[in-house]
Design a protein around this ligand. Structure first.
Ligand code: PNS
Length: 168
């Protein structure tokens, strides 16, 4: 029987427990999940694609059916190269829907062989985004329990707290 493969694309700058929850749940449905880290030139990313891949590999070391790769250019071209037919995305709130709907529709117009499926983010993670994680970490807040330990460590390295915050 043909292997069921899902490609889970994203910026993952950095990966959070929200992403990991989606990946682990998807592994119950798919034989293999390819986490595809996008080089997004229009986005100012904190971590390099290589760092993002390393962090995901470290965090998912106990999941043998996960492959982590990075890709440049169009996702639909990457899908052709990997010969995968399913894109997996997580939905946190209705506010995600419009962006996701447009992206899935554009991708479908580019490649009719590929479908996007959505999984609803776990209730404990719906408020987590890579953007807010970076903001909290950059201001010295705790991201414990929201990102894996290796990610929290790397965030601390990126944002060493050189001075204590004070009122101005
Ligand atoms: O985690 P993100 O930033 O929401 O992920 C967005 C991502 C990487 C899935 C999207 O920007 C993407 O697919 N980028 C690759 C370029 C591409 O195919 N763009 C056309 C999509 S409509």
């Amino acid at each position: 029987m043909e292997e069921k493969v899902a490609v889970y694309p994203g910026s993952f700058d950095p990966i959070t427990y929200g992403h990991i929850d989606i990946i682990k749940r998807a592994l119950k449905i798919f034989d293999k999940v390819i986490v595809a880290v996008a080089h997004n030139y229009d986005k100012q990313s904190l971590f390099t694609p290589q760092e993002r891949v390393e962090m995901i590999e470290e965090a998912l070391r106990d999941c043998p059916n996960v492959v982590v790769e990075s890709f440049e250019g169009l996702l639909m071209e990457y899908m052709k190269r990997t010969n995968a037919k399913v894109v997996l995305r997580g939905l946190r709130a209705t506010s995600d829907f419009e962006y996701e709907y447009h992206m899935a529709s554009m991708n479908r117009s580019l490649n009719k062989d590929v479908d996007t499926i959505f999984m609803v983010t776990g209730k404990d993670y719906f408020f987590i985004s890579s953007r807010t994680i970076k903001e909290v970490a950059s201001l010295g807040g705790s991201v414990e329990g929201l990102v894996p330990e290796n990610v929290a460590r790397r965030l601390k390295e990126k944002f060493p707290q050189l001075h204590r915050p004070h009122n101005i």
